[in-house]
Design a protein around this ligand. Sequence first.
Ligand code: ADP
Ligand code: MG
Length: 340
Amino acid sequence: MKVALIFGGKSTEHEVSCLSAASILDNIKGHEVLPIGITKNGEWFYTKASSDDIRSGRWTELEKQPVSIDLANKEFMCCGKKLDIDVCFPIVHGRNGEDGRLQGLLEMLGVKYVGSGVLGSAVCMDKITANKLFEAAGIRRAKWFPVIKGKNDRMDEIRSAAEKLGYPVFVKPSNAGSSVGITKCFNETQLQKAIETAFSVDSRAVVEKSIENPVEVEVAVMGNEDPIASHTGRIISSNDQIYDYDAKYISGTSQTLIPSGLSREIEEEIRQTAIRAYTYCGCRGFSRVDFLIDKNGEININEINTLPGFTSISMFPALFIAEGMTYSELIDRLLKYALD
Ligand SMILES: Nc1ncnc2c1ncn2[C@@H]1O[C@H](COP(=O)(O)OP(=O)(O)O)[C@@H](O)[C@H]1O
Ligand SMILES: [Mg+2]
């Protein structure tokens, strides 16, 4: 098949996306790949750069051809010709790529693509919406409330609501990713600054109770109508408060544990809950579902990532590799789900 591998993008996760794409390019077997990179300014280019140049970000400085769209014929165009594509693998993490926007564009063009559609992507990217659906599905999570700029953003009200939850609390932009704009607050004096920080990223925010010293575990789920779940993997963050951007991608000292060492019962409960959340939120193709286990052993869902990191050592692939699949087979499975 001819696979358009779309990577990069305008979000804060641009670099991670390049790493994911380079890994896919190195390991995809039996297909012709058309790499399409999106710069940090949002410009689209067809590139013949090597995986190493994509990984390092150098591809933007090499020869590349602008990609355009011919809406009359519903085709991607390059150098005056249509790009012949059977299926797209958009591995663009974060805003614009993971939130349904890119998926909407692909829908308009009638292109089949890996991963969730417009609704599932948008729902999971937006914490207020996702939390509401988790509640509707009866899935436990940390207690929380939404704060909407210009609606219920009076500080005295936020303070008293946070007081009810009990400190510490996390303040998060509803729609962001990569821990950007997230603050952990230990008292009410930190709250105002945290709300401002969240509002600098999005006009909607969530305040939620902190699950102290949580066991942070992640599950890989894939499939369409009958999704399957991997076993769990555990995150040991190098930053003891938040598994943040630095801990995830920069300092490199965070550890992942596969298997996570949980009891059979908890493991099974988490896997079933992950599938339930995936289905309820309208996910398709694949997603990584993240949980926080509290000190009483209660499992709490945190979020679903519809386009999780996808290097061969990222949690999503690593979890299915631990089940006996190869990274190349996993790519093939996802392409097959896209065609289905
Ligand atoms: N309620 C909470 N209790 C404890 N830790 C939390 C809570 N919410 C988030 N965290 C920590 O902060 C990290 C980032 O939060 P998350 O909601 O996953 O944001 P993002 O969407 O940016 O990944 C989590 O991986 C976890 O380490
Ligand atoms: Mg997260």
